[in-house]
Design a protein around this ligand. Structure first.
Ligand code: FES
Length: 147
């Protein structure tokens, strides 16, 4: 299996068996984020506790890239400190624009091919933009924000 096939398998796996999909009964932060180019939307719920992302869930609908990316992101940030979770979102977005600093991104690296398709970058970064919004200081329970 070559690298492209491996990446395809990883994306397919997260799309068919999404991790952390659903709702938390006890979220401390909830945000919605809309991809204005297609109308797809994600809702992110986080349980922030003792400076960490103790738990996280996502819901909503979107293309396979956006849903796989959300699944990978939730898996990557669960248990991380808030600062490290913010850093991961920044690093992933830099990765998609070819400006990453060599940090390992785990399964999220399977999305590297998306960088060649600017319109799909919005799909892949939807969940990460929602994460950044959720971890910003002024978040509230407002309706979906446009990216
Ligand atoms: Fe809507 Fe990808 S086409 S998020």
């Amino acid at each position: 299996m070559n690298l492209d096939d491996m990446y395809r398998e990883t994306i397919l796996d997260h799309n068919q068996n999404p991790r952390n999909r659903g709702h938390l009964g006890h979220a401390t932060k909830t945000v919605g984020m809309l991809n204005p180019t297609c109308g797809d939307q994600i809702e992110l719920e986080l349980l922030l506790d003792d400076g960490k992302v103790s738990d996280i869930r996502f819901a909503g609908q979107g293309c396979s890239i956006s849903m796989a990316s959300a699944s990978m992101m939730t898996e990557a940030v669960k248990g991380k400190s808030i600062e490290d979770a913010r850093a991961l979102a920044r690093q992933f977005k830099a990765f998609l624009t070819g400006a990453n600093n060599g940090e390992s991104l785990g399964d999220l690296e399977a999305l590297q091919g998306v960088s060649q398709f600017p319109s799909r970058v919005k799909c892949a970064t939807l969940a990460h933009n929602a994460l950044e919004k959720a971890l910003s200081d002024d978040v509230d329970e407002s309706p979906p924000n446009r990216q």
